[in-house]
Design a binder for this molecule. Structure first.
Ligand code: ATP
Length: 235
């Protein structure tokens, strides 16, 4: 589904990604873990076309997509849920969902997909006319994910979906991510909540200072000493 090779992204003279290579196979959940400043968000933004890489390749469904703009990548089947729950605060839940489908013109199916979002996230149905900015952090995160899904992505990129949320909401969000994946969407997810994400992921990559230092089956990473010491509090 997604293959990245030798990707390098700079901020001015700062080399934030130093030759990243990774793969996200179709139907899987792949998790990206690493400390603050490791380059996780930079990688997600580069894949989503928000940042342009200086070198390397990004292949999505067999097509080279590096250098494409975000809206072109949405057409190619990719959707990013950025860090920090970026919903459109002055718009209602329904308007946010409709906006997620702005590149589609299949009215009937859009309506069906809105109903599907309501089934996945019942709270959004209850709050359908509420302004997004007045909802709780967890509700906004659910709306941000639902809005991204409204473009019917084949590959969903999630940048720290659990950030700043209460543990009970975090487990709800992880459950829904698993469900979304089981219904056919491939997922690449960045998370600080390493233990929980490795429990739902198939595969994981560890990023340090702009480089992949370790990768493997999620189950193996959960028991890896280096991962335990650095990201699981030594347990
Ligand atoms: P976090 O979990 O804190 O978001 P991260 O792993 O996502 O961390 P990035 O935000 O991708 O890390 O940052 C990678 C490196 O690039 C860091 O050294 C950071 O200081 C630097 N960086 C990020 N954004 C910019 C920017 N706009 N200008 C210059 N340097 C930046």
């Amino acid at each position: 589904m997604l293959a990245i090779q030798n990707l390098e992204t700079y901020y001015g003279n700062i080399r934030a990604l130093k030759g990243i290579s990774l793969e996200v196979p179709e139907g899987k959940i792949v998790s990206l873990i690493g400390a603050n400043g490791a380059g996780k968000t930079t990688l997600m933004k580069t894949v989503a076309g928000v940042l342009t890489p200086r070198s390397g390749s990004i292949t999505l469904n067999g097509k080279q997509v590096q250098g494409m703009k975000p809206h072109q990548l949405v057409k190619e089947g990719l959707a990013l849920v950025p860090e920090g729950r970026q919903v459109l605060a002055p718009m209602t839940v329904l308007e946010n969902l409709e906006l997620g489908a702005y590149q589609r013109n299949d009215r009937q199916c859009i309506q069906q997909d809105i109903e599907k979002m309501f089934a996945w996230f019942p709270i959004l149905k209850e709050r359908v006319d509420q302004l997004a900015g007045t909802m709780s952090g967890g509700q906004q995160q659910m709306l941000a994910i639902a809005r991204a899904l409204m473009s019917r992505p084949k590959l969903l990129l999630l940048d720290e979906p659990s950030m700043g949320l209460a543990p009970i909401i975090v487990s709800d969000i992880f459950k829904v991510i698993r469900q979304i994946n089981q219904e056919g969407t491939t997922v690449l997810i960045v998370e600080q909540n390493v233990r929980q994400v490795l429990k739902i992921a198939d595969y994981g990559y560890v990023l340090e200072s702009g480089q992949i230092v370790l990768s493997g089956e999620a189950q193996d990473l959960l028991h890896n000493d280096r991962v335990k010491d650095a990201y699981l509090g030594g347990k």
